[in-house]
Design a protein around this ligand. Sequence first.
Ligand SMILES: Cc1cc2nc3c(=O)[nH]c(=O)nc-3n(C[C@H](O)[C@H](O)[C@H](O)COP(=O)(O)O)c2cc1C
Length: 288
Amino acid sequence: MVTAEADSGGHTDNRPAIALFPTILSLATRLSERFGYGTTPFVGLAGGISTPAAAAAAFAMGAAYVMTGSINQACVESGASDEVRAMLAQARQADVTMAPAADMFEMGVTVQVLKRGTMFPMRAAKLYELYRSCGSLDEIPPTEREKLEKTLFRAPLADIWAETRDYFMKREPRQVQRSEHDPKHRMALVFRWYLGQAAHWAKDGEPSRRIDYQVWCGPAMGAFNEWATGSILESPSRRKVVTIALNILFGACVISRANFLRLQGVNLPADAMATQPLELTEIKEYLR
Ligand SMILES: Cc1cc2nc3c(=O)[nH]c(=O)nc-3n(C[C@H](O)[C@H](O)[C@H](O)COP(=O)(O)O)c2cc1C
């Protein structure tokens, strides 16, 4: 089984699903022939799937299965704070952007995050810019350093380093040893403190750090919100993973069937492809 992951929340290279999927599917077929696999690997699609139409399109391209990510985080089961789920429920497609990743910060790797209602992407990008242009924390221009200490870190950088040092001494002392003779590495660890904390503040709904929330999110969230407007799934308090997943799959069946009929010349009414989110009990009624 292989999942082709198009433009998604979190780590992504932002490829459009419609361009990526046929390439990965044909690669699976070619490799299967070349190595003589008994069965061609199943290829699923993730990234940007949050509506029945998107799932129907994935299956029409030959996807064996679909996966969702961003919309799950907006569900009550996700463990994300109420604040974050409310922010996600407000997101539109253009409300996402790429920001430096905590895990591969030094390499310039980015993750897709929410930008509406938080300054995290801008602040994280500023840290990466300083990391690129300065050789150590001491080389940061005093006005910039003052701004960082006042707004992002809300503490002297020396204190943040002391806290970071304690953290790594317990978990990975090699990082501390390296930073003793590599001041740029020390700067990276201090900056990564902010990136890491920003995800925790979001998850926990830390009220004093709302402006710094790091929330992984892709454009699928905006597409979902548009579909859910005025329905039982509009309020974040009513978003449940099973209800959403079944609605997407059920709606994809409705769209696919309507398309089969149209292709056979059946004249369907304009609302034949309407897929308003339904209660689970209503879906079960249809499936009986
Ligand atoms: C909050 C969040 C956390 C994720 N964590 C991981 C992870 O740890 N490992 C991974 O392979 N993918 C991870 N992903 C990617 C998802 O598994 C999924 O492939 C992707 O979100 C699908 O695209 P979508 O966000 O457009 O629905 C994460 C996505 C989100 C939104």
